[in-house]
Design a protein around this ligand. Structure first.
Ligand code: NAD
Length: 248
């Protein structure tokens, strides 16, 4: 039980086959009370109910400051503390540079980058008062290798921005014992990847992965558990690659 008695918020955790949902199950299994925050209220509530009793499902768009602060206020009202935040919500679009319109750029950067900032801003005062907290930010191998898998350049930019934001927050918040770390998943089997790649393209990518396969959501969830829990109390500002060796 690595998260016994802890309160954890996971954004974008309602999607049935998603990485966030696997994290929610894993955190609950390890004793956390989990807040599932996602766009659709019913989906978030159903996902929280699936975890058992005393978990919470809330609707909020992570890119909307008012919705974020309302949701985090509800968490504080209910549980009185916040031990972990996983900034998992993210969207991608398989566009080439010249195809990206301003609205595409805004959409992708708003969810990953503005969302990570707004959610972190909303939990920091509580974590600061507690003198403890762990924030885990979902970046992507696309930030490191310059895309080329399933997201466009704007997705790579958003995810690279997340790495910079996480490191800067780690430096700033270290004195308050708030740790901020990033995960950079490689090719993970979820709804975001399903259907975006042809068999030929997929086989080409797999040939470049030393472990020779896609990862699964549970494997990313286990890495998030490590960063959210007291197994990693001396780690902050790191980027943990969960990619089957894709960058070796
Ligand atoms: P997914 O599409 O299965 O789940 C994303 C979830 O985020 C959904 O439940 C969606 O409703 C929610 N969401 C979208 N916009 C939101 C918003 N504005 N506010 C609140 N919630 C919102 O995606 P996934 O594959 O599980 O990816 C999870 C994270 O991991 C994302 O940040 C993604 O970029 C990142 N990632 C995924 C992969 C992969 O291969 N699947 C690889 C690297 C990084």
């Amino acid at each position: 039980m690595l998260l016994e008695g802890k309160i954890a918020i996971i954004t974008g955790a309602a999607s049935q086959r998603g990485i966030g949902r696997a994290m929610a199950r894993t955190f609950a299994h390890h004793g956390a009370r989990v807040v599932i925050l996602d766009l659709d209220e019913k989906a978030a509530r159903d996902a929280a109910e699936d975890l058992g009793s005393d978990h919470l499902g809330l609707a909020a768009n992570v890119a909307d400051a008012a919705q974020v602060s309302r949701a985090v206020e509800a968490v504080i009202q209910r549980y009185g503390r916040i031990d972990a935040l996983v900034n998992n919500a993210g969207i991608t679009q398989p566009l080439k540079t010249l195809e990206i319109r301003g609205s595409d750029y805004d959409k992708v950067l708003d969810v990953s980058l503005r969302g990570t900032l707004l959610m972190s801003q909303a939990v920091i005062p509580t974590m600061r008062a507690q003198k403890s907290g762990s924030i885990v930010c979902l970046s992507s191998v696309s930030a490191q290798r310059g895309g080329g898998i399933f997201g466009g350049p704007h997705y790579s930019a958003a995810k690279a921005g997340v790495l910079g934001l996480a490191r800067a927050m780690a430096r700033e918040l270290g004195p308050d014992n708030i740790r901020v770390n990033s995960l950079t998943p490689g090719l993970i089997h979820t709804d975001i990847t399903g259907g975006l790649l042809s068999d030929e393209r997929l086989n080409g990518i797999l040939a470049g992965i030393p472990l020779g396969r896609m990862g699964n959501a549970q494997e990313v969830a286990d890495a998030a558990l490590f960063l959210a829990s007291d197994l990693s109390t001396y780690l902050t500002g790191i980027t943990l690659d969960v990619n089957g060796g894709m960058l070796i």
